[in-house]
Design a protein. Sequence first.
Length: 61
Amino acid sequence: MQTKASGTKKWQCMLCAFANDEALGMPDKGVASGARWQDLPETWTCPNCGASKADADMVEV
């Protein structure tokens, strides 16, 4: 689902249901607001379940 104001998306981890809203970012995890999923480093891990970016299987919600 696109956030109308900024064109960002919301993603959800299929392993643990962790939600990431690109518009909000994850400042407490070092991810700035507006950061796109594809721009996160390959070393990113899900803050809830620890899945790597390659294994997180995030889907657009």
